[in-house]
Ligand binder design. Sequence first.
Ligand SMILES: [Zn+2]
Length: 261
Amino acid sequence: MITTQPFSVQTQERVSFAADLVRRARGTVVLSGAGISTPSGIPDFRSAGTGLWARDEPMEVASLSTFRTAPERFFAWFRPLAARIYHAQPNAAHSAIAELEQSGRVRAVITQNIDALHHKAGSKHVVEMHGTLRTITCVECYTKGESSEYLEAFVEHGIIPRCPRCHGIMKPDVILFGEQLPQGAWREAVAEARTCDVMLVVGSSLEVLPVAGLPLQALERGAHLIIVNNTSTYVSVRADVALLEDVALVLPSIAQQALHG
Ligand SMILES: [Zn+2]
């Protein structure tokens, strides 16, 4: 069987250089965005033209004020996204990052995603900047629960999750537009960015502040920067390696070379 190398010579060289940086680093920190989950079938809901939500503007419907005033509108909008996430499996990029963590090459994953696919792939130290769909909280009495108890009924039948104690509406622990980032996660992300010696950005266009500023904090402390994303970013010109490639193809190659030379 003939195996075809999917990359150009130039890309192969960049992959090798990135793998070398990760192999020599004391602590690599991954920063992941929506682009790592699109190969798993989860569209980037902030991007225009993804199709699923043509009728509604995410900034409006996925906002805290809509959730408070018209929760059924929020849940109607959220249902197709929740369904995609409910059925999604991690892809080769998530698995490569988990493998790098298990072998001690990656010490933390900072993610802008709410889909928990890093956890599903086996990553342990995940800092979720925009919250998570894994857990859910009553807006009335703050009772917490596992989303898994409510997700199937919601995804399959549209049943809005209700609190078992007070029957209040349960809100997924995702950060809506108009909500503050979780302070603990933010402090942890900044600390990781300032102390890593390699930051590996995967599938983020670095357009959403303040998370988009983390690579600059890493660079200012002398870290190397690797960016794998299908479009260029504001900080790509300052990266040691910038790969405009499919994350699910590139990350396994970087991990393979970093771990097995
Ligand atoms: Zn309650």
